[in-house]
Every structure is written in structure tokens, then in C-alpha cells.
Design a protein around this ligand. Structure first.
Ligand code: TRP
Length: 373
């Protein structure tokens, strides 16, 4: 599946992967580095601390799942200490008011638990409940220039796609906030999609400058690595990239009937013989890929089984594969959803753990910055 591993699914709804040749080269380097990291993780999982997260803006879908979510659970299960951030303050980057925040936070937590995030091993927490994390933003902002912030290709792309009439200060500076997200717990491994690489660069720059300026020779913050998952690009049911905001996604929380309906309405082409040919038949190929990922086979294999039976048969195969794959995920989600008190307790405990870590890091930061009065 080498050809699949060269594609990634960007995390953000609007961010198309930055496309200049230097970005492609940078991604190549990151990919090679990720392979080295994978070996080190297997050998010594205890050396790593993962921090990653999502904005609570809607239901997670299969693009997210095969893009990054399953990679987190894999790392957790390998024994890597894992922090999962529900980035509620980051929702306000591209909108003025966040609708139904509590509902989205609960939905995201349910999605996490459903896919196997284990609250006994992973710390799930929200920005807004961890004041010391947010306070790191202030010294960190002093370590980057406005020119550096304005060069960030992912932010530029998001500003270009924003429906807001003006760019907020938070939109412009959220990559620095993201550095605080990662560094408050001294995370050194960040499993992300390609669109997040510029943010990781800023995080590394901030860690390095902080250490140089205040560390007196010691390392206060690690320079975290991005871990790119070999994530294939899944298209939505309309043939465009699967995304929350386009209404073309199959949510993890979707029921079996809703899934069947969505796949039935998916765009295909008029060629009866089914083949895996992403360049010329993107819609058919994406459906084949989806079935293949669910069944742990190659898309060519799935295509060969269908042969000349046409798009209707393809859709039947995909629906069955997805529904079978998601059945245990949905069952776990439904079970957790029954006990909201338990859900709140999981989040409260995660926030408590995150606060303890953030308080200790902030104390260290105030000490080295000579801010203890
Ligand atoms: N920007 C990420 C996204 O939209 C979410 C996020 C916030 C994040 N803070 C982070 C991801 C820190 C990794 C590390 O998907």
C-alpha cells in the first residue's frame, strides 16, 4: 500500500495541504523521520508523550478516523502516555460564537471513547478548564515575530476560506496557543495530518527559543516531533474531500441506515467494470479504498471481487464493510451515552490531571523567567 501512504487527510475542514514544492520536500523529510520514530516508539514507548486534539465543532467521521484517530489509539495501546485535547478555545478561530459547545464537547468525548481511547491510560481534557496551559500563551507570544506568524501557510489558507469579515487575533495567533497545548505537558510526539506541520514548526521554534533564553543551559521544553500517519485521502460522498462542513461525510456516530443512505447517494461514474484507479476514477476508487480500509485488504482486491457488477454492487459491498466495521464502535458509543454522569466524571478527571501537569510546568516557567514574587 505504498501509494496510499503518500497521501494524507488534512485535519481542518478547509485546509487543503499547502502545495508548494518546498512543502512537498518538507513532508518527505517528515515522513522519513516518522518511520524512524515508529521504530523508536516500538522499542521504547516510555520515552514518548503524545499530545493531540480536535476542535469540538461536530461529529468525527471516517476521514478523521482513518486519517489520525486510529493512530492515537494505536499509540496509546503501545504504551505511550497520551493526552487528548478537546480544543474548545480554538473553535473561536474562524467564528465569533461557538454554537452548542457543551453538546459538541460531549459528542467528541463519546467519539473518542467509542474508538477505544481509554480514560485510564489517556488524559482527555478541554482548553477552557486548564488555566495554567493558557497562561503559557503570553511568554510564548513574545518568542515569535508577527512576520513569522503571517507566513504560516495553514493559517493563510484558513483565513482565505474564512467566512468572517475580519481576521481575529486568535486566528492569527492560534498556532502559538497550540504550542502551549503541546508544551504544557512537555509532549514530544504529535500525531497529525500534513496541514498541521507549520504549527509544529512554530512549536519547535518556541521550545528552542525558550530554552535558549531562559534555560541557562538546561532543556525546559522538548522540541516535539510530528508523527505523520500513512493516512489515505478519503473522499466524501460527493467526490470532494470528506469534511465536517461539506455535509459529505460518514460520521462515526451515524447509524447503519444513515450510512447505507449516504453511500447509496454517493457519486460514482458510468463505467460498469469496477477498477481501482484514483487518478482517473476518484469517486469509485475512494469507495473501494473505504471498503478496503474497513476489511484490511487492498482496494484492488475489493475491485476484483466486484468486477463488472457495477456501481450498485460496489455500494452494497462498501455499505456492508463500513457497517460491519463500525458496529462495535457504535455499540460502545451507545453504551457510554447512557451514563452522562460517567462522561462528566471522565472529563473532570482528565481536566484535573491536566491541571496538575500544567500547574507544575507553569511554576517551572515562572521560576526560570524570574517571575516568582
Ligand atoms: N488544530 C487541530 C485541528 O484543528 C486541533 C489542535 C489544537 C491540535 N491543539 C492541538 C492538534 C495541538 C495537535 C496538537 O485539528
Amino acid at each position: 500500500m505504498t501509494s496510499l501512504s503518500q497521501l494524507t487527510t488534512p485535519d481542518r475542514a478547509h485546509a487543503d495541504a499547502p502545495g508548494s514544492s518546498t512543502d512537498v520536500l518538507g513532508t518527505h523529510v517528515q515522513r522519513a523521520r516518522s518511520a524512524v520514530l515508529e521504530e523508536q516508539i516500538r522499542a521504547e514507548p516510555g520515552r514518548f508523550r503524545v499530545l493531540t486534539g480536535d476542535r469540538p465543532t461536530g461529529r468525527l467521521h471516517l476521514g478523521h478516523y482513518f486519517g489520525t484517530l486510529h493512530n492515537r489509539v494505536r499509540l496509546q495501546n503501545l504504551g505511550v502516555e497520551t493526552y487528548v485535547l478537546i480544543a474548545d478555545y480554538q473553535v473561536l478561530t474562524d467564528r465569533d460564537v461557538a454554537d452548542d459547545m457543551a453538546g459538541h464537547v460531549e459528542g467528541l468525548l463519546l467519539d473518542y471513547l467509542a474508538i477505544g481511547v481509554d480514560p485510564a491510560r489517556s488524559t482527555v481534557f478541554t482548553h477552557s478548564a486548564v488555566p495554567a496551559l493558557n497562561q503559557l500563551l503570553l511568554p510564548f507570544l513574545s518568542l515569535v515575530s508577527v512576520a513569522e506568524l503571517s507566513r504560516n501557510p495553514t493559517v493563510k489558507d484558513e483565513i482565505a476560506h474564512s467566512r468572517q469579515s475580519s481576521v481575529s487575533g486568535l486566528m492569527f495567533t492560534y498556532p502559538v496557543h497550540q504550542a502551549a497545548d503541546i508544551l504544557f505537558c512537555k509532549g514530544n510526539l504529535v500525531p497529525v495530518g500534513q496541514d498541521q506541520l507549520p504549527h509544529l514548526d512554530i512549536t519547535r521554534t518556541i521550545a528552542r527559543r525558550f530554552n535558549d533564553r531562559y534555560g541557562a543551559g538546561a532543556t525546559v521544553f522538548p522540541q516535539p516531533d510530528a508523527l505523520l500517519s500513512p493516512a489515505p485521502l478519503l473522499l466524501g460522498t460527493d467526490g470532494a474531500k470528506m469534511s465536517k462542513s461539506r455535509g459529505n461525510a460518514i460520521a462515526l456516530a451515524a447509524g447503519a441506515d444513515e450510512t447505507a443512505r449516504l453511500i447509496k447517494g454517493a457519486r460514482t461514474d458510468s463505467e460498469r467494470h469496477i477498477t481501482y484507479d484514483p487518478a482517473n476514477r476518484p469517486e469509485v476508487s475512494s469507495l473501494l479504498l473505504l471498503a478496503a480500509l474497513c476489511q484490511d485488504r487492498t482496494p484492488d482486491d475489493v475491485a476484483a471481487d466486484i468486477g463488472s457488477a457495477g456501481a450498485a454492487a460496489l455500494k452494497r459491498v462498501v455499505t456492508e464493510a463500513v457497517n460491519e466495521y463500525l458496529a462495535p464502535v457504535r455499540a460502545r458509543r451507545a453504551q457510554y451515552a447512557q451514563d452522562r454522569g460517567h462522561l462528566r466524571a471522565i472529563l473532570r478527571e482528565g481536566n484535573e490531571r491536566a491541571n496538575a501537569v500544567a500547574d507544575s510546568t507553569l511554576t517551572e516557567v515562572r521560576t526560570v523567567m524570574n517571575n516568582r514574587y
